[in-house]
Ligand binder design. Sequence first.
Ligand code: PLP
Length: 374
Amino acid sequence: MTAYLDHAATTPMRPEVLEAMMPFLTERFGNPSGSHAVAREARKGLDEAREVVAECLGARPGEIVFTAGGTEADNLAIVGRYRAHPGRVVCTAVEHHAVLHACRSLPEPCTAPVRPDGVVDLAALAELLDETVSVVSVMLANNEVGTVQPLADVVELVRDRAPNAVVHTDAVQAFPWLDVAALAAGAALVAVSAHKFGGPKGVGALVVREGVTVEPVIHGGGQERDRRSGTYNVAGIVGMAAAMQGTVSRRAETVARVRILRDRLADGLLTAIPDATETGDRANKIAGNCHLAFAGVESEALLVLLDGGGVCAAAGSACTSGAVEPSHVLTAMGVPPARAAGALRLSLGSTSTDADIDLALDVIPPAVERLRSS
Ligand code: PLP
């Protein structure tokens, strides 16, 4: 048996998603930019998907820009906004690299520190804001430790202190768990990625609110009202819409069920393993996140033992789990390097079961003990 506890890296595709996509991979194969009957068949699917995605994100259909995933959506938000409206770019120190590195590709990037619980320090953020700022990027939920940011407070602060800035939020990890339409209502730019909520990989969206301009970062045939060129990934977009619908319609029930599983997992591990600490404040995390750190353990060695025992987990974010330097998120939270080196992220999803938790509780404590005694 395998316990897949790496849903923050990616999620299994929902069966209804594949079903919705199949016609667009077969008979409805047209390029929606054309004008003939076959193109129109694809266009209809694209238009319907856009309506669904817009509704699930609390936006208008014309405000949706389809992208090839979360990374591209974040880059379009930050680089595209900067090019349309040059100025300083500000983000938190715990952003995903898609945001952090996009900001660092521009002149004068500034990062706002976070408190030890991973929440942005609003007073320090306020200090960075003035009329020279173009975009402020604050993620809704963190991919490593699951912390939820006070986005409404950020929006208010930016409105007061940085009148020329817009707020971008990376809602990639938030979407499975939080009402993004409501929580990100004040953000001008909102990024999501389908594969984090039961959709296919390589497709995402950026909400660009009416009146906000972004210069394209991908140039070509002028699709998406010249905001993102490239032939539409129609099947992927249709799949994302189906995954969004499924996620939103069952979100409350999934959150309630998974939170119980997550709490059993976290409490069980904290009880069974001496000198284990939980990262962040559990009351302010997305329901699927369990992040622990163990003194005297190397994460990479632990992941190998867990893999051998059938538990799929991660050390930090999937993109950096091959690297040995401590996670920038844990460093920003002030977690001491020796403890950050023994970090373990267990991320649950809508398909997680009691059996997954039972296996994790059987496998993880002896693995930690074995590494400590070796
Ligand atoms: N932003 C966050 C918070 C993420 O967790 C991820 C993926 O791990 C991304 C952006 C990038 O999304 P994608 O994998 O679709 O490029």
